[in-house]
Ligand binder design. Structure first.
Ligand code: GDP
Ligand code: IMO
Ligand code: MG
Length: 426
């Protein structure tokens, strides 16, 4: 594998963590490269379920190292909570968790601005996770106000720098939002304490990852969110604030593109989306509700109901293109086990035109209607199937059609949340 990227090919929550957890058996290191605690990555091992927001999903494997790369925006409070929760379950991260010194920090005011910004937008809001992601990336790119993980380790610097940043934030808070000012001393105290708690994990993770590759180690790069939430290639402005696509893995982990061997796009056998924004194959009626209940489609971070719809090959073709996907991991096939009639969107119709490729212009997208192909469901349980040949013929036809429409081979099929509920293709 040497360096394999696993990323979402839809709007997030595709089951990336399940795939990463499965593949970690052959990896030495698992690294997150973008996003932050907006991610909710569920791993089920036996009867125990873990939801990771910041720590890579490979941490469940004893002895494997995990990296939080420079492209992540790190909420120290969330990171510490996660480390403590793991410890309470008997899983120690000591000596195998590494956090990039260059990663930017999600500060308390970022979360506040995320909430206030959304409130201000009213019905036009993006529907963010409220984890301070946009404001933290804004400060990173804006340059003047960003705080990095390495700054948390430098108390004298924190004293002056955070004081200046909070002064600026208070100007905006009080004048623009009519909000009470924040207490700089409080925020500095918190930042110093977070630095003390996290110091042992902080290092140059780009160096660590490159050294590991040179030593012949295998690295899994774990994407967060999904291709359609990418800041450049997604359904802007209803996206997240980072590059969720394959290029983001290189910049966000500090490794060169020549070191990447494979890019696995994770996709559900249907489509979901949380938050606002376009969703051409959304099912707003009873079928959508049925899929939501069958799949327990509720957000792992916010608990919000996920919007559900049919598989959309147009968006997965976009994912194949912008990520250079080498294969697909198809998850949640089992959720469709009892659905009698299935639809697959093969293209969009706009007026008299048929569009095979995803339109970048939201106005054009708004005028598009899905062109569907209808399929008979297999109406039998796939939960215990472990070999492709043992899937019902209709399920195999469905998988092969999705693969052909996506122009990408399927490498893995998931038929349940558990590690072993996995079919590997020959
Ligand atoms: P991620 O953000 O892409 O890692 O995905 P989430 O963890 O947010 O959501 C995926 C959900 O689907 C989790 O509850 C997983 O346990 C579950 N899951 C993953 N693969 C399968 C599968 O093949 N079948 C079923 N029924 N559930 C799955
Ligand atoms: P994982 O990694 C699904 C969505 C939010 C919102 C938009 C912007 O679990 O797949 P943000 O808080 O990032 O500013 O919100 O992006 N979103 C996700 N949707 N899965 C995620 O992560 C998401 N992370 C953010 O719902 O629409
Ligand atoms: Mg998720």
């Amino acid at each position: 594998m040497p360096a394999t990227i696993v990323l979402g090919a839809q709007w997030g929550d595709e089951g990336k963590a399940k795939v990463v957890d499965y593949l970690t058996r052959d990896a030495d290191i698992v690294a997150r490269f973008q996003g932050g605690a907006n991610a909710g990555h569920t791993v089920q091992v036996g009867d125990t379920q873990f939801i990771f927001h910041l720590i890579p999903s490979g941490i469940m494997h004893p002895g494997k190292s995990c990296v939080v790369g420079n492209g992540v925006v790190l909420d120290p409070e969330a990171a510490i909570t996660e480390i403590e929760d793991l410890a309470a379950k008997g899983i120690s991260v000591e000596g195998r968790l590494f956090i990039s010194q260059n990663a930017h920090v999600v500060m308390p005011y970022h979360k506040l601005f995320d909430r206030l910004g959304e409130e201000r937008q009213g019905t036009d809001k993006l529907g963010t996770t409220g984890r301070g992601i946009g404001p933290a990336y804004r400060d990173k790119v804006e340059r003047t106000w960003g705080i990095r993980v390495m700054d948390l380790l430098d108390e004298p610097l924190l004293q002056t720098r955070v004081a200046a940043v909070v002064e600026e934030k208070n100007r905006v808070l009080t004048r623009l939002y009519d909000h009470a000012p924040l207490d700089a001393a409080d925020i500095i105290r918190g930042a110093v304490e977070y630095g003390q708690r996290l110091r042992m994990y902080v290092t140059d993770t780009s160096q660590l990852l490159n050294d590991a590759l040179s030593a012949g180690k295998n690295i899994l790069l774990e994407g967060a969110q999904g291709t359609l939430l990418d800041i450049d290639h997604g359904t802007y402005p209803f996206v997240t604030s980072s590059n969720t696509t394959a290029g983001g893995a290189c910049t966000g982990a500090g490794i060169g593109p020549t070191r990447i061997d494979a890019v696995i796009g994770v996709t559900k056998a249907y489509t979901t989306r949380v938050g606002n924004g376009p969703f051409p194959t959304e099912l707003t009626g009873t079928t959508g509700e049925r899929i939501r209940e069958l799949g327990h489609e509720y957000g792992a971070t916010t608990g919000r109901p996920r919007r559900c719809g049919w598989f959309d090959a147009v968006i997965v073709r976009l994912a194949a293109r912008v990520n250079g996907l080498t294969s697909l991991a198809l998850t949640r096939l089992d959720v469709l086990d009892t659905v009698e009639k299935l639809k697959v969107c093969i293209a969009y119709r706009r007026g008299g035109d048929v569009l095979e490729e995803f339109p970048g212009d939201p106005q054009v997208l708004g005028e598009c209607r899905p062109v569907y192909e209808e399929w008979d469901g297999w109406c039998t349980s796939t939960r215990d199937v472990r070999r492709y040949a043992d899937l019902p013929p209709q399920a195999r036809d469905y998988v092969e059609r999705l693969s052909a429409l996506s122009r990408t081979p399927v490498q893995m099929i998931s038929v349940g949340p558990e590690r072993d509920a996995t079919i590997i293709m020959d």
